[in-house]
Design a protein. Structure first.
Length: 93
């Protein structure tokens, strides 16, 4: 069975007994007029479970795709923040 799923991101990443599980999420419209201060509602679309090696391969493939987009000028990496978090790429406009 082939299924396509649109997501805005992932959430709730956990590692239990060598299996990495995470939710695929979208940003939901609540049906009300958008309020600048209101955070978007996150809805779970599906979930994924994979082995730790499979998760690391997925991370490596995504990092490679981001590096290619940076090389093509589609993305621009932000400078590293003071915290230990990795900077998220931003869309080049």
């Amino acid at each position: 069975m082939k299924t396509s799923v649109f997501i805005d991101g992932i959430a709730n990443i956990v590692l239990v007994d060598g299996v990495v599980r995470f939710d695929l999420v979208t940003l939901a419209n609540t049906g009300q007029k958008p309020q600048p201060a209101a955070p978007p509602q996150v809805e779970r679309v599906s979930s994924v479970a994979t082995t730790l090696p499979g998760f690391l391969r997925l991370f490596d493939q995504m990092q490679g795709a981001v590096n290619q987009m940076v090389a093509q000028g589609l993305l621009k990496k932000s400078p590293a923040p003071d915290s230990a978090q990795m900077p998220a790429p931003s869309v080049q406009q």
